[in-house]
Design a protein around this ligand. Structure first.
Ligand SMILES: *Cc1c(COP(=O)(O)O)cnc(C)c1O
Length: 349
């Protein structure tokens, strides 16, 4: 197995002294989405980041940040998280023999993510406050304690995350015309934009994509142009009111000729069901935001035909079964009889 770090070594801040760490991150599928294409009119690919070892793109950045923390002799790592950073940090810390502490907004972390952090052995601090407050506290605690902060304010996280842009170019033979993704703390859009630019510098792609970032309406500080004190959205992974990389995200959208736009929770949930039922990919609600954004653009009269679009499905839908079940009525229990199964077959035929 060629690891992510080995494959893109020349683009990463690693040396021969950097410990070789991997859980099998990266190299995720880029799937053609032919059913959704019919609704959108563009050529559409899904970058399925939920296939990473802990089920989100955070693993790309975490493997680099954790390797470098190990190299520097750190004993413990710390992060604030809406859930996926915690799951990822906890897993890579476990594999590295490092202690891991995560600070979470109590009540707003999808149960699968919380379960992961617990099982991987992290120490969990659930605060009565938002993600933004958790990050503030984690930054301060890292400074006082000497623990390594592994949020995306850590530059090594973005170095790892930019490899997803490389993979897309390697598969397509060029950059897409549009890279659509959800935006929360804005680390990922910053990382992708960096990755595409670096690849163009070395001639691995001739073009650069427009960066289309989507926030949830109840947590859209970059679209509104002002911080949001009490962000609210079903997409808990992007329930963030003060994005740490907000200025970089605005620059990426501007410099790429792209955009930052908001989508409603209803649109997110519609897209979430659509991508699963049309394409067989169950992502988490936040990951459906770019699909919702593309649908909204088409419905409001934008023509996407002729464009090659990559939508980043940032996390695995299994992390948030509660949201999945809440959006359907529970199947009715029937007698254990052949007739019941035949009736169901006839009804769905
Ligand atoms: C972290 C995360 C995001 C948001 O990424 P940022 O880098 O914070 O903008 C989106 N979706 C999922 C599933 C995530 O875990």
């Amino acid at each position: 197995m060629v690891t992510l770090i080995e494959r893109y070594r020349s683009f990463l801040p690693v040396t021969d002294a950097t410990p070789a760490l991997t859980l099998g991150e990266g190299n995720t599928p880029l799937l053609r989405a032919r059913q959704l294409e019919q609704q959108l009119g563009c050529r559409l690919f899904l970058k399925v980041e939920g296939m990473n070892p802990t089920g989100s793109f955070k693993d790309r950045g975490m493997v680099v940040a954790m390797s470098l923390a190990l190299e520097r002799g750190a004993g413990s790592v710390l992060c604030a998280s809406t859930g996926n950073t915690a799951a990822s940090a906890a897993a890579y810390a476990a594999a590295s023999g490092l202690r891991c502490t995560v600070v979470l907004p109590a009540g707003y972390v999808a149960p699968g993510k919380l379960a992961q952090a617990l099982v991987y052995g992290a120490r969990i601090v659930a605060i009565d406050g938002s993600f933004d407050r958790a990050l503030e506290l984690a930054r301060e605690a890292a400074e006082r304690s000497g623990a390594e902060l592994v949020n995306s304010v850590n530059p090594f996280r973005l170095e790892g995350q930019k490899t997803a842009a490389f993979e897309i170019c390697d598969t397509l033979g060029r950059s897409p015309d549009v890279l659509a993704l959800p935006v929360g703390n804005a680390g990922n859009i910053t990382a992708y934009w960096k990755g595409f630019r670096e690849y163009r510098e070395v001639g691995k792609t001739g073009n650069l994509p427009m960066m289309w970032g989507f926030q949830a309406e109840g947590a859209a500080p970059l679209v509104n142009g002002a911080p949001v004190d009490h962000p609210q959205t079903v997409a808990t992974a992007i329930r963030i009111g003060r994005p740490a990389r907000g200025n970089e995200a605005l620059a990426a959208a501007r410099d790429s000729g792209g955009l930052l736009a908001a989508v409603s929770d209803e649109e997110i949930m519609e897209a979430y069901r659509l991508v699963a039922s049309c394409e067989g990919v169950m992502c988490e609600p936040a990951s459906a935001a770019p699909i919702a954004g593309l649908l909204r653009r088409v419905r409001t009269g934008h023509d996407l035909s002729g464009l090659t679009v990559v939508a980043v499905l940032t996390g695995n839908g299994l992390k948030d079964p509660a949201t999945a079940l809440a959006s359907f009525t529970e199947p009715e229990t029937v007698p254990a009889e052949l007739s019941a199964v035949l009736r169901a077959l006839a009804a769905t035929a």
